[in-house]
Design a binder for this molecule. Structure first.
Ligand SMILES: [Zn+2]
Length: 371
């Protein structure tokens, strides 16, 4: 088996790679890649295990699951956040989240309105620890993992440590998987194309070049793969949907919904024309689009547990506030996978065994490279 250096960069858009000729000297094989649907928790399962959301059984970080919600017995007051009763105190609701989160992160989990906490459960999965499927790197003997997300420092300061750890591991590791996760943070915090963001792109290029040159010098048959999970698009405005004004009160006999940063998932729990009314409302908005049945098949998100309806905001828009937070990020991902800013990249110094068009395709390339 040839010696492999795998380098993962969180949130590197294709356009940035093209504009800057990122690693053009090292990696002549360059693919524009459509990301998987959803956020990192799903795209990582695609990249490392070749598994779609339908196969792993979850979409995004929260699932509608009133039977297994840790707070299923708890009915927290609806008066804090309830459009239907026209008593809307979202600011107080968010403020209480901040206070409670300090006391117990489990109780004030994210920004889910207190009145709805009993409907949802977190879907915490990591491909690096006890995952449902075996990630490709676990099948490679002698591989050393350097994970930026495990560096006990603030976002923005972890990649430099990762780089140093990877350089230190070069002498003993037959194969190396290095992750750099700060660029995603720089995107959310400063926006794409800003000086801070572009400086980090430059840092990454320098670090990866030094790492790869040392690795390839050491292993004559060495191969290099540099890959990312999704792009990043600058945010122009926050969106609020008056869903409850149109559809009535949320509940186990009516409907439930979850607002991720860029998507609205809705579950119809009663009879009647609620789904049709929801479709009519969301179709009338020009800030997003309902994912069609054809697209749900294409993206591997057909399970009804993921929502009877999935509405995704166009690039430039995020829900504000969402059930995940209050702050308006400067840039975001997790929009429709076909949108231009969502496209990401797969780079290699030698021709990959199969053509790479989707993040789902990485797994096959990695698997073959290590057999
Ligand atoms: Zn992100």
């Amino acid at each position: 088996m040839a010696h492999n250096l795998f380098v993962f960069i969180d949130g590197l858009p294709y356009d940035v790679v093209q504009e800057t000729a990122f690693l053009a000297g090292l990696c002549p094989y360059r693919y524009k890649v459509r990301p998987g649907f959803g956020y990192s928790v799903n795209i990582h399962a695609e990249m490392f295990c070749g598994r779609t959301p339908d196969e792993v059984g979850y979409l995004n970080e929260w699932a509608f699951d009133p039977e297994h919600s840790p707070l299923r017995r708890l009915r927290l007051p609806a008066f804090l956040y309830n459009e239907q009763r026209r008593i809307r105190l979202p600011v107080l609701d968010r403020g209480l989240h901040v206070v409670l989160r300090r006391l117990s992160p489990a109780l004030a989990a994210q920004n889910v309105p207190f009145a709805y906490q009993h409907l949802f459960r977190r879907t915490q999965h990591s491909v690096y620890r006890g995952f449902l499927y075996t990630p490709f790197f676990q099948e490679i003997e002698g591989i050393h993992l350097v994970l930026s997300e495990k560096v006990p420092m603030k976002s923005g300061q972890r990649d430099a440590v990762s780089f140093q750890q990877a350089m230190d591991a070069l002498g003993t590791a037959a194969h190396l998987l290095v992750t750099f996760c700060d660029l995603d943070h720089f995107g959310h915090r400063y926006g794409v194309w800003t000086p801070e963001y572009m400086e980090r792109v430059g840092n990454l290029e320098e670090w990866i070049t030094r790492l790869a040159e040392a690795f390839l010098r050491r292993h004559g048959d060495g191969r290099l793969f540099v890959f990312s999970d999704h792009g990043m698009a600058n945010v122009r405005r926050g969106v609020q949907v008056a869903l409850e004004s149109a559809l009535g009160e949320v509940g186990l006999r009516t409907y439930a919904y979850f607002l991720d940063s860029t998507m609205l998932r809705l579950w119809v729990l009663g009879d009647g024309d609620l789904l049709a009314r929801a479709v009519a409302l969301l179709d009338s908005l020009d800030c997003g689009t309902i994912i069609s049945e054809q697209e749900r098949q294409d993206f591997g998100v057909t399970a009804r547990a993921f929502g009877d309806l999935i509405f995704v905001l166009r690039e430039g828009h995020v829900f504000s506030p969402s059930f995940l937070g209050n702050a308006l990020p400067k840039a975001m991902h997790g929009h429709h996978p076909e949108e231009p800013g969502q496209q990401t990249v797969f780079l290699a110094d030698q021709q990959p065994a199969v053509a790479v068009r989707r993040t789902l395709d990485y797994y096959e390339v990695f698997r073959r490279s290590s057999s």
